[in-house]
Write a protein that binds this ligand. Structure first.
Ligand SMILES: Nc1ncnc2c1ncn2[C@@H]1O[C@H](COP(=O)(O)OP(=O)(O)OP(=O)(O)O)[C@@H](O)[C@H]1O
Ligand SMILES: [Mg+2]
Length: 249
């Protein structure tokens, strides 16, 4: 992750012309691969099978914002608030002071209470983002959220309108998404990659001898000429680090 204080060449109004309009994801190696991070206001879907680091990615993205002095919202459909805090702490990210100062909000949505959850998201989320002043929002996972809708038509409609509302807030968003069992290049519902501005794929690369490597690929990024190369990454006790200078095996 990057400490803003150490960034050189800032103009007098505090912005950096070269990075204006861009947001650092906080994923070391990925921001360098993309050049300046991702375009501000984008909805980025991080898609991968279980254990590839999707939740870690979302937390690291929010943590980079908090370090920058930005505010964030983590919407969790899986883990409860305490578990999210403990998860972040295992990477050395202490969320509690940010929660206390209301710079970070963790919202746990109960999938069991589907109807209320869906209504709440639609009616309250955009307003909540604006009121809290959050410039980064993470939804973990959009696949679970999509499962709350009855059929494909409703899912498509609701996801489209959620994205539209999120875009109206100007916040940069990260959605995590599960992939199909037989195709790691397609999300479970096959929808979210179309409505997102950017798609980043995480997957396991397995060799015949049993060696396993985690690999990342920027599959789509609107408004940006980006590399499509597949690069190895690791998850350490400091989060995700992409090895842009290494080749996959
Ligand atoms: N503190 C840590 N230090 C090093 N590696 C860790 C740490 N915490 C998790 N990991 C690694 O990251 C993996 C899981 O990361 P994460 O929970 O972000 O994945 P995920 O894609 O969200 O999984 P799921 O689909 O199950 O939600 C773990 O299986 C483990 O290999
Ligand atoms: Mg997860």
């Amino acid at each position: 992750m990057t400490e803003t204080e150490t960034e050189p060449e800032r103009s007098t109004d505090g912005t950096d012309a070269a990075t204006e309009g861009f947001v650092l994801t906080g994923i070391d190696g990925l921001d360098e691969m993309l050049g300046r991070g991702v375009p501000a206001g984008h909805i980025i879907t991080v898609m991968g099978s279980f254990g590839t680091g999707k939740t870690t990615f979302a937390l690291q993205f929010l943590m980079q914002g908090l370090i920058n002095g930005e505010k964030g919202i983590f919407i969790s459909l899986e883990e409860d608030v305490e578990s999210v805090i403990a998860n972040a702490a295992s990477f050395g990210w202490d969320l509690r002071p940010y929660l206390k100062e209301k710079k970070l909000h963790i919202v746990k949505l109960e999938p069991a209470d589907a109807k209320t959850t869906v209504t709440r998201i639609k009616s309250e989320l955009p307003d909540f983002i604006k009121r809290s002043g959050a410039s980064r929002v993470a939804v973990d996972s959009i696949s679970l959220l999509n499962m709350l809708f009855a059929d494909d038509t409703e899912r498509r409609e609701k996801l489209f309108s959620l994205c539209k509302q999120l875009k109206s807030t100007g916040a940069t968003c990260v959605f995590t998404a599960e992939v199909k069992d037989d195709n790691a290049r397609s999300s479970r519902d096959g929808l979210v990659e179309y409505v997102s501005d950017g798609v980043i794929g995480l997957r396991f690369n397995e060799r015949e001898n049993g060696d396993v490597q985690l690999v990342i690929q920027v599959i789509k990024m609107r408004r940006l000429k980006h590399p499509r190369s597949v690069k190895p990454y690791s998850i350490t006790d400091q989060g995700i680090e992409v090895h842009g200078d290494m080749e996959v095996f």
